[in-house]
Design a protein around this ligand. Structure first.
Ligand code: FES
Length: 430
């Protein structure tokens, strides 16, 4: 059912002693319950009244927002509730005395800050992979990153954005180094970068994001990569070396000449490195089983490479505790659930409600409405489109968010994840 109006009331009732519980202390639960009863008594079956957790307008006490017009109210008494129902919901006239002021109610979405980088060198390896170094175009130190992190290169004029792992030592602040392999069957981003990146050129990039972190306190680390999947592993090796940690690396490729970063890998790993050159005809699962059979208790596994390779290694580690397995997908078709259903998204900051059809993502719906939202891979892999959910149950389909980010921080990836089956709406912090 499509409701004529949605009303979201802040009801932070689960944690009354939480610092943000002023709406609770000031009666938001009582007021919301009264509102529901009163609306029912008035026969208002075409409106929906929901709890919305914390709406982050705590300085005002209990607040509510009415969609689709996106009017925010702060209310303190049963009389306030009556007035909102009678005057606004039934009479379609706003209750000005209770409305929050514009600036208070609708803060601008946070600007996604970008970096301006200058290409300081571009080298092509025998295998054709580009090794690109960037410095800060303003000659300042670059933002810190941790081992396994990536940055997004953003080419606005050509409408694309691609993620690349940082391969240099995470301690370095004077440069970012990435490897770009040419994907002839991809969407054209790597081809454009191969054809156009030149020394001295400036380029926009996102801040480093890490969806593939080292568990630094683990007893030992086993890193397995194939081909260009070695890039995040490189920065991990630098860091593990620095920590003096127990680790070993298994690197797979067709041949030594195909490996773009073997020399750097050798330098970073020394005796900890084993290379497997197989002309592409190995039974990775069998080899991985052998490697894993020597793993000491509590070892953590890190895997990166082509899809089939990763599946083989991860399957070989089937009996390992999930928390000990870390992976980074460069591409993956996120399975579409048969249960895809249309639902509505309420964009809390924009006062807008959008329908998301069964055959599109939230990101598609935003694009259709000409609403710009940061994104990159559109496959639930890169972490760029993460969005806070203010209300509603989500079916998470991404490969990057941790359980904590999903449940405590209420984040979702709007390029792939949807409202959970049976839930007909989500309220997003957009
Ligand atoms: S755009 Fe990459 S996770 Fe959504």
């Amino acid at each position: 059912m499509h409701y004529r109006k949605h009303i979201f009331c802040c009801v932070n009732e689960r944690t009354p002693d939480h610092p943000r519980s002023c709406c609770y202390a000031r009666g938001s639960v009582r007021l919301r319950t009264y509102m529901k009863k009163r609306a029912k008594g008035l026969g208002l079956t075409d409106i929906r009244i929901n709890n919305a957790g914390c709406l982050e307008r705590c300085e005002f006490g209990p607040t509510m927002v009415v969609y689709p017009e996106g009017v925010w109210y702060h209310y303190e008494t049963f009389e306030d509730v009556d007035e909102i129902l009678d005057q606004h919901i039934i009479g379609d006239e706003y209750v000005h005395r209770l409305m929050l002021e514009d600036g208070q109610a609708f803060p601008e979405p946070p600007a996604y800050s970008r970096l301006k980088l200058r290409v300081s060198s571009v080298e092509s390896s025998i295998s054709g992979t580009l090794r690109v170094e960037f410095v800060n175009a303003a000659n300042h130190p670059l933002p810190e990153f941790s081992a396994g992190a990536h940055i997004d290169l953003i080419i606005e004029d050509y409408g694309f954005r691609r993620s690349y792992s940082l391969i240099n030592h995470p301690r370095e602040r004077h440069r970012y180094v990435i490897g770009i392999s040419l994907d002839c069957e991809g969407r054209g981003g790597s081809k454009w970068l191969h054809d156009n990146l030149k020394t001295g050129q400036t380029i926009e990039a996102g801040h480093p994001i890490n969806s593939f972190e080292l568990a630094e306190s683990a007893a030992s680390h086993l890193l397995i990569a194939r081909g260009i999947g070695v890039t995040p592993i490189l920065s991990m090796c630098h860091r593990l070396r620095e920590l003096n940690a127990e680790f070993r690396v298994h690197y797979f490729d067709k041949s030594e000449s195909d490996g773009a970063f073997v020399e750097e890998l050798n330098d970073a790993c020394g005796e900890q490195l084993s290379c497997h050159y197989d002309d592409g005809h190995s039974d990775h699962r069998l080899i991985a089983e052998k490697i894993l059979s020597n793993s000491p208790q509590g070892e953590h596994l890190y895997v990166c490479g082509p899809l089939q390779f990763m599946d083989d290694v991860i399957n070989a580690a089937g009996a390992w505790p999930k928390k000990n397995i870390h992976m980074e997908w460069f591409n993956r078709r996120v399975p579409k659930s048969k249960r895809n259903e249309a639902f509505y998204v309420v964009l809390a900051r924009r006062k807008t409600v959008l329908r998301v059809d069964a055959n599109e993502s939230i990101l598609d719906a935003l694009k259709r409405a000409d609403i710009v939202s940061e994104h990159s891979c559109e496959g639930g892999l890169c972490g760029v489109c993460r969005t806070r959910v203010l209300y509603g149950d989500v079916e998470h389909r991404d490969m990057v968010l941790s359980n904590r980010e999903k449940t405590h921080e209420k984040l979702m990836m709007i390029c792939v994840s949807r409202a959970a089956a049976g839930a007909d709406q989500l309220v997003l912090d957009i």
